[in-house]
Write a protein that binds this ligand. Structure first.
Ligand code: ADP
Ligand code: MG
Length: 301
C-alpha cells in the first residue's frame, strides 16, 4: 500500500473537520478526493503530508508513519498545496534549484532541473520570473516543485481550481501522464474532474467518507440510481424504510409520502411486499432516474 489512513479524526477547536476517516491507496492509483468546500479535503492532505497532526488515528505513507517518521514520509511525497505558494520574485529555474537544494537531492544538478522542466512543459517559460507567468504555468511550476525529488506519491490539492478551460485540460493531461508512474491523490469539488482523471473516487462530506468506489463503477452505480417516491396510507418510521433491501436513504416529503433513494435496483416489488407485511397500503409509486451531479449533491448536502 502507498497510503493507509486508519480512523483519522481531526478537531479544530470544537469542530470535527475529519471524523474517523479510513481508506488506503495502492501504488499506481489516481484517487480523487471529491467533496464540497469545507468537506475536509485539505485537512486530510495536510495530515498525509505531515503539515498538521491528526488528533486520532494512524496514517502511513510508503510504510512510514506520519507521526513517527515525518522526514521519511516527506521524502516520498510531492505536495502541491491548495494556494500553491510560490516566490513571485524568483525565476523559474532559480526557484526549482532552490527547492532541489532544500530536498538535499543526491547528485542534484542542471540536468535534474532540465528533466523536470521538460516533464512539466515549462521549457518556454523557464527564464521568466514566476510572478510573470499565467495561472496555468504557475500551476506547472507548483507541479515541478512537487516532482523535483522524484517522489513515489503525489498529493495535489485542487490542482485545476482557478484555471481557464484550456489550462484545465492541459493540467489534467499532465496529471494523468504523471499518474502512469506515481500514486496520486488529488482533491476537487468538480465531478467531471474525477471522471476525467481518477481511477477511483472517494467522496467526502463534513469530515466523513460517504462513498469510495472505482470512478467507472461510481458513475454507473450513480447513473442508474433513482429516487422512488412512495405514498403510503399510514405513517411509516424512517428506520423501517431503511430496512428495505436496496434503500440507501429515505427522505420525508410529508406525513405519509417518502422519497427513497435506491442504487441500481428496481425495488418497487420490495416496497410493495414491505407494505403488505406492515399491513398498510401503497397508494402510489413513482421512479425518477438521477444524474451524477444530483447524487453527488444528495450525498453531500
Ligand atoms: P476542504 O479542503 O474540503 O474545503 P478543509 O479541510 O479546508 O476543507 O476544511 C474543513 C473544515 O475545517 C472547514 O469547516 C474549515 O473551516 C475547518 N478548518 C480548516 N482549517 C482550519 C483551521 N486551521 N482552524 C479552524 N478550522 C479550520
Ligand atoms: Mg481545500
Amino acid at each position: 500500500m502507498s497510503i493507509v489512513v486508519e480512523n483519522v479524526t481531526k478537531i479544530y477547536g470544537t469542530q470535527r473537520a475529519l471524523d474517523h476517516v479510513s481508506f488506503s491507496v495502492e501504488p499506481g492509483e489516481i484517487v480523487g478526493l471529491l467533496g464540497p468546500n469545507g468537506a475536509g479535503k485539505s485537512t486530510m492532505m495536510k495530515i498525509i503530508t505531515c503539515f498538521i497532526p491528526q488528533n486520532e488515528g494512524d496514517v502511513t505513507v510508503c510504510g512510514f508513519n506520519v507521526k513517527e517518521n515525518p522526514l521519511d514520509v516527506k521524502r516520498c511525497i510531492g505536495y502541491l498545496p491548495e494556494q500553491n505558494p510560490l516566490y513571485f520574485e524568483m525565476y523559474v529555474r532559480e526557484y526549482l534549484e532552490f527547492i532541489g537544494q532544500l530536498h538535499k537531492i543526491p547528485n542534484f544538478n542542471k540536468k535534474t532541473i532540465d528533466t523536470i522542466i521538460e516533464r512539466t512543459g515549462l521549457e518556454l517559460e523557464q527564464k521568466k520570473k514566476i510572478g510573470a507567468l499565467s495561472k496555468g504555468y504557475k500551476q506547472r511550476v507548483g507541479l515541478a516543485q512537487a516532482l523535483i525529488h522524484d517522489p513515489e506519491v503525489l498529493i495535489l490539492d485542487e490542482p485545476t481550481t482557478g484555471l481557464d478551460p484550456n489550462q484545465i485540460v492541459d493540467i489534467r493531461e499532465l496529471i494523468v501522464d504523471l499518474g502512469r508512474k506515481k500514486t496520486v491523490i488529488l482533491s476537487t469539488h468538480i465531478m467531471q474532474e474525477v471522471e476525467a482523471i481518477c481511477n477511483r473516487s472517494i467522496i467526502i462530506n463534513k469530515g466523513k467518507i460517504v462513498a469510495d468506489a472505482p470512478t467507472s463503477e461510481l458513475s454507473s452505480l450513480i447513473g442508474n440510481s433513482s429516487i422512488l417516491t412512495v405514498e403510503f396510507n399510514a405513517i411509516v418510521p424512517k428506520n423501517k424504510l431503511l430496512g428495505i433491501k436496496g434503500v440507501v436513504d429515505a427522505e420525508k416529503v410529508s406525513e405519509k409520502i417518502w422519497q427513497l433513494t435506491t442504487t441500481h435496483e428496481d425495488i418497487r416489488q420490495r416496497v410493495f411486499d414491505f407494505a403488505v407485511q406492515e399491513h398498510i397500503a401503497v397508494l402510489s409509486m413513482n421512479i425518477e432516474k438521477r444524474k451524477l451531479e444530483e447524487v453527488f449533491h444528495s450525498l453531500t448536502k
